[in-house]
Write a new protein. Structure first.
Length: 266
């Protein structure tokens, strides 16, 4: 099974289309939430996501833009964008976002290797998807300390998460201890990919990065592909028409900062 992993699109249609154009062949699409919020194409992105998706978990902006929670914990710019999104969403998309499930959700099982790991059949180990953290869908896993708190208390070998807008992740095993996984690219302008083989005896928290608003200093759109048969993840970065996405934000009269940050990757 080859699973395309998308997260934190945030209403950025140009970035989503660039990712889909660059994505290799895959069997299913897992969306880790925050389909809307910030960006100026919430209906277009929601329509596209609905047509593509196999598994969805909701993000905090999805909840806010669908009126499921208040905006008191959002900064003023994020709250402004959420209110605008509430007003422009079609009734159908609004209700669809309201019905998105909370994570973590199982998205499949590892197909190989078939060795026994701690008495378990590695070929039958489930893989999970969540927006924030397995402990709390709105919690941020930013630091190694954050990740350790989850990894040490969980028996799950592989969880995909979003929310932080930072591509990479964390791992924990008895031989190496806890490690930060940080894809290192050659440029910040071209399309690139990095292959990462997984160890079935290691626990992982892996973030495909943000499609629509990266915050790791790289403006390019981010996504990932999980190959369960090879037990490997490929991280991708692709350039997109950021000027067009910015223009949409300006024309919608959303805060300028939402447009400017796209080129900064912050």
């Amino acid at each position: 099974m080859r699973i395309l992993l998308l997260s934190d699109i945030h209403g950025n249609l140009e970035a989503l289309e660039a990712c889909l154009s660059a994505a290799p062949p895959h069997d299913s699409v897992v969306n880790l939430g925050d389909i809307v919020g910030y960006g100026a194409s919430p209906n277009e992105v929601t329509d596209r996501s609905r047509a593509l998706g196999s598994v969805f978990v909701r993000g905090n902006h999805d909840k806010a833009c669908a009126g499921l929670e208040g905006l008191e914990y959002f900064n003023p710019i994020a709250a402004w964008a959420a209110l605008w999104t509430q007003q422009v969403l079609t009734p159908e998309n609004y209700e669809w976002l309201r019905a998105l499930p909370s994570g973590p959700l199982p998205i499949g099982q590892v197909e190989s290797p078939a060795a026994k790991i701690d008495g378990e059949d590695a070929a039958a180990m489930p893989v999970y998807a969540v927006h924030g953290s397995p402990a709390d869908e709105d919690e941020y896993i930013i630091t190694l300390h954050d990740a350790l708190d989850v990894l040490m208390r969980s028996s799950v070998r592989l969880t995909f998460f979003g929310h932080t807008h930072v591509q990479g992740g964390f791992s924990l095993n008895s031989a190496d201890g806890a490690l930060v996984l940080n894809p290192s690219y050659v440029t910040k302008t071209n399309a690139e990919q990095i292959d990462f083989s997984l160890d079935p005896a290691t626990r992982y928290l892996i973030n495909p990065g943000s499609v629509g608003q990266p915050r790791d200093g790289d403006w390019r759109s981010a996504f990932a592909l999980f190959d369960s048969a090879a037990y490997a993840v490929t991280f991708f970065r692709v350039p997109y028409n950021v000027e067009s996405a910015q223009k949409r934000i300006y024309e919608a009269k959303l805060p300028d900062r939402l447009a400017l940050r796209l080129k900064e990757g912050r």
